[in-house]
Design a protein around this ligand. Structure first.
Ligand code: BG6
Length: 513
């Protein structure tokens, strides 16, 4: 195993101690979409890298009538379609022997008794000392049932003694502060907070993990990382895809709940948090929480001034006509669910006083691109910045989260020649060019972290609730407005004109991506 790690350029230099203890991962909703697209491919890639424990098993648990071999076929199909690396026949048999399936209804105590018997059998066969991770890839409405049943069946061990019991919960946790609290209460009835891993896959993306390294392992950046030198920050998470087959969920969520409450606020917290005094999980999580608590509330009449919501109308996607959101399968014809949101956020602390963070995210935008752009203040209008009609482009540090992961810094440079003419140039770093093409998928890192018990990249209860408390101001104002109309933007364009006005009224412009 250590050899495999050493041969892989991305894991070389790491020791075999990276490999977590033997355990079984039980996927609730194992025959579902997330399992096929993300979880089983992630586990397959971890297995290819040799970083899974030798004694490891996956058990899919769901209502679908599958057995072990049809579950393996389901996994293979998902891996073929979605894995970053293709199925290698030579390795497949080894991976497939760790796959099992237990059919059953989430509300049926018998199903849990059967699951327990199955787990004990697998554990004996594989030499796994009862360590279990439960992944809830299920709608939030089923969380309470599953947690209560797990506990009643004696499947949850005390964290202070005995084998490992951990639970992974998908975002969004709830749909507002009250429902998030209720879910957190349910989880807390059966599990200690140290056993609960609320997953936000953005935190597992390489470039997001790199934020702390970039900020605190480079002496040139941190001294400038504040309101004295930074003019504003733009955070964009753009998606090309429409709502696809997820209208049932999305109609109730919308872009604010689906993306801003979790992914975007977490990334914002990593960009803006104070330096933690150590890399211990709790210190980093404390840092993010403190930042979230400094967000200036946006509520009531401020919502219309600082937040724009919109919905995609008909338009084009890769040259094809595509329907507007309200014409998508499963969407109400009079839906007011937002598929786009732009916000101006202020952080009331000493570091960021007066520096706006402009956020935008949407579906059916012209391209898939997520990035944070840090705009530095202009140089004084002395020496080189003297022509008011042609002011110099400011320095911008762009952190590309996806798809072309990397970062770049825009600087002003002299154009060669006898006259002093200034031209913006870019220092550019691409992960692909430097480290090879295939960074691990977020779920690979995150699943490994849960098995290893490292909660750094997971959302703590208090942070989830702080995010809901803040975004609740926006959601409540929208609810109260009972609007029957949200502005439209044509599919395949960069959002509504109102979003341009939001930033332009401050004398700034959205970046062209
Ligand atoms: C999910 C959202 O959390 O993130 C989806 O529910 C969204 O609506 C997805 O499409 C985006 O993830 P990524 O990794 O493709 O940017």
């Amino acid at each position: 195993m250590a050899d495999v790690i050493a041969q892989n350029p991305l894991t070389a230099g790491l020791s075999a101690s990276l490999i977590p203890q033997p355990c079984t991962l039980v996927i609730f909703g194992g025959a579902g979409d997330l399992s096929a697209r993300k979880l089983l491919p992630a586990l397959y890639n971890l297995s290819l890298d040799g970083v899974l424990p030798a004694n490891f098993a996956v058990v899919g648990f769901a209502r679908n009538e599958l057995d072990d071999s049809s579950f393996a076929a389901f996994a293979r199909d998902g891996i073929q379609r979605f894995s970053r690396r293709p199925v290698a026949d030579a390795h497949w048999a080894e991976y497939a022997r760790s796959l099992f399936y237990a059919p059953g209804s989430f509300a049926d105590p018998q199903a849990y008794a059967e699951l327990k018997r199955r787990l004990e059998k697998i554990e004996t066969e594989f030499g796994i000392p009862g360590n279990r991770v439960f992944y809830l890839s299920i709608p939030p409405s089923l969380i309470a049932t599953c947690v209560d049943q797990l506990q009643a069946a004696g499947l949850v061990a005390d964290p202070r003694e005995g084998p490992i019991s951990r639970i992974i919960v998908e975002k969004p946790v709830g749909r507002d502060l009250a429902s998030a609290r209720a879910i957190n209460e349910v989880l807390a009835r059966a599990f200690d907070e140290s056993q609960i891993f609320r997953i936000d896959h953005y935190l597992g993306k390489e470039t997001v993990q790199n934020l702390l390294v970039l900020r605190f392992a480079n002496s040139v950046l941190e001294p400038l990382w504040n309101s004295k030198y930074i003019d504003h920050v733009q955070l964009t998470v753009a998606e090309e895809e429409g709502v696809g087959t997820r209208a049932g969920y999305y109609e109730e969520a919308g872009a604010c709940r689906d993306m801003v409450q979790n992914h975007i606020l977490q990334v914002l917290a990593m960009i803006a948090m104070e330096p933690p005094w150590s890399l211990a999980a709790e210190n980093i999580r404390d840092g993010k929480l403190n930042l979230l608590r400094c967000l200036r509330p946006v509520a009531g009449a401020d919502v219309d001034k600082q937040v724009v919501r919109a919905q995609y109308g008909p338009g084009y996607y890769h040259g094809e006509d595509v329907p507007g959101y309200r014409r998508e399968d499963g969407v109400r014809r009079d839906s007011t669910t937002e598929t786009y949101v732009a916000l101006k956020v202020l952080i009331d602390n000493w570091r960021w006083a007066g520096v706006p963070f402009y956020i935008r995210t949407g579906k059916r935008l012209p391209k898939r691109a997520s990035e944070a752009a840090i705009y530095f203040k202009p140089v004084p209008e002395i020496l080189f910045n003297t022509n008011r009609d042609e002011l110099l482009e400011p320095n911008v540090l762009t952190l590309r989260i996806q798809p072309d992961e990397g970062f770049s810094l825009r600087l002003s440079s002299k154009l060669p020649g006898p006259k002093v003419r200034i031209y913006p140039v870019k220092m550019d770093f691409h992960y692909g060019a430097t480290f090879g093409d295939s960074s691990p998928e977020a779920y690979e890192r995150l699943l490994l972290d849960v098995m290893a018990g490292d909660a750094t990249l997971f959302m703590r209860r208090d942070a989830v609730e702080a995010s809901w408390a803040w975004i609740g101001g926006v959601l409540d104002a929208w609810e109260a407005s009972r609007t029957r109309y949200v502005p439209e933007y044509a599919a395949g364009t960069w959002g509504p004109i109102e979003a341009d006005r939001l930033i332009e009224s401050d004398g700034r412009r959205w970046r062209t991506l």
